[in-house]
Design a binder for this molecule. Structure first.
Ligand SMILES: Nc1nc2c(c(=O)[nH]1)N[C@H]1C(S)=C(S)[C@@H](COP(=O)(O)O)O[C@H]1N2
Ligand SMILES: [Mo]
Length: 406
């Protein structure tokens, strides 16, 4: 018998430790075999996600939603995209979770348990749009490195928590405070505990807005682990990377925060537009703040077929960073002419807005429905992919669906 072809005793021992019990016929297992119970879990099962979602990456987990899945007014967990830069923290004990507020610009550092946060401060609930800065990246040419998001890296859930502003006021900030920075419990992919996968933040002015929350609930329940359980910073309207998950420390800085993913090309774009593929100097890059105006047709799914003389009722959502969407239009002639959609007011500031329209098509054949939102500053979505940038951020081109009338 060739002993080498069977699992080594040392490996068997570690499998048994991971499973918490002996593998009875372990000695019969061939070398290189991983017991089913220790193989990569099914992400849809693991994160309770809809099977139509798309896994872009498993180390770390990045899972994209799709336009037709995002039809709900308030996005349920099952269709929310997941974006991770590092490893999701394990074995979280919420009863011992501590949030520390520190940094150069606090008068005195202070810590809070989750219970302190929940009992000592007023709780607020807001629907907040979070869109990954890289949503739409897959359309840039030359292509940008990173997750090739199509249109599904956006959600608008209902978040409950305390205002960051109330906590910062309770701690006391110095006059020289410029920026707040989050620190979290996720771990760097290298396994090096001294490295943070991501630590971003926002100017004090954004941190002090009424809608900027330290949230402990999403859609009325504990936040799902993948979305930041037990405590998450939520800053709607800004790149979702500002909304730190698993937050255990917030530093008040006297400089623009310089943590991982704050510098270089990360979440920054050329301050002035550049030619596609152009090299941009560090000092010519600007941090992304409010996200641009955008919209999504969530019904019907692209490829819809309808009968001649029938009316097609389309619907979807539109959002505009820190601003409101003031006009929503659709076109069935490739952008030559536009018709007005019905547009709802947002549930609250920084929530996406719902639109709908009833469309009649003049004859049988192939059509595209294009949707275009305009924000309260009069800025509209571009019909084609906007300005190229090294990491492919901020693609807010009009969403389109194909429709066949027969
Ligand atoms: N601690 C921590 N917070 C994080 C991240 C992360 O990797 N670690 N990713 C950020 C990025 S880039 C995005 S787009 C959003 C994604 O939020 P979601 O996974 O809840 O959809 O979380 C942000 N907050
Ligand atoms: Mo992101």
């Amino acid at each position: 018998m060739k002993r080498r072809s069977f699992v080594k005793n040392s490996v068997l021992g570690s499998f048994a430790a991971l499973l918490g019990t002996e593998i009875v016929y372990g000695a019969k297992m061939l070398e290189g075999y991983t017991p089913l119970a220790l193989q990569d879990p099914d992400p849809f099962e693991l994160f309770k996600k809809h099977k139509d979602m798309l896994v872009l990456n498993d180390k770390p987990w990045n899972i994209e939603s799709a336009a037709h899945l995002l039809d709900d007014k308030i996005t349920p967990n099952s269709v929310m995209f997941i974006r991770n830069n590092g490893r999701i923290p394990e074995n979280i004990d919420a009863s011992n979770w501590v949030l520390t507020i520190d940094g150069e610009s606090v008068k005195q550092p202070k810590s809070y348990s989750l219970r302190d946060l929940k009992t000592k401060f007023k709780q607020h609930t807001y629907q907040l749009t979070l869109e990954c800065g890289g949503n739409g990246r897959s359309e840039y040419d030359p292509p940008a490195k990173g997750n090739q998001w199509s249109v599904g890296a956006v959600h608008c859930a209902s978040w409950t928590g305390v205002r960051l502003k109330d906590i910062l006021n309770d701690v006391g900030m110095k006059d020289d405070a410029v920026y707040i920075a989050y620190h979290s419990a996720d771990t760097h992919l290298s396994g090096d505990p001294s490295k943070e996968p991501i630590s971003r933040g926002c100017p004090v002015s954004k941190a002090m807005e009424a809608e900027t929350l330290l949230a402990f609930q999403m859609n009325g329940k504990d936040i799902p682990l993948a979305h930041g359980y037990p405590l998450r910073l939520v800053a709607g309207g800004w790149p979702a990377s500002v909304s730190g998950k698993w937050v255990n420390r917030i530093s008040v800085r006297d400089i623009v925060h310089d943590g991982p993913k704050m510098t270089g090309t990360a979440y920054r774009v050329p301050c002035k537009s550049v030619a596609p593929g152009e090299k941009v100097k560090d000092e010519d890059m600007c941090i992304i703040e409010s996200m641009p105006v955008k919209s999504l047709i969530t019904y019907p799914k692209t490829g819809a077929m309808i009968k001649k003389d029938k009316t097609l009722s389309i619907r979807g959502h539109a959002w505009a960073g820190d601003f409101e969407v003031s006009k929503m239009e659709y076109s069935i002639d490739f952008g030559a002419t536009w018709e007005t959609c019905t547009l709802d007011k947002p549930a609250n500031r920084l929530a996406w807005q719902h639109f709908s329209a009833d469309i009649k098509f003049p004859k049988t054949g192939y059509y595209e429905v294009w949707a275009r939102a305009t924000d309260s500053n009069g800025v509209s979505q571009p019909m084609v992919v906007p300005g190229w940038n090294p990491k492919g951020y901020l693609n807010n081109a009009c969403h389109r669906i194909a429709v066949k009338v027969s």
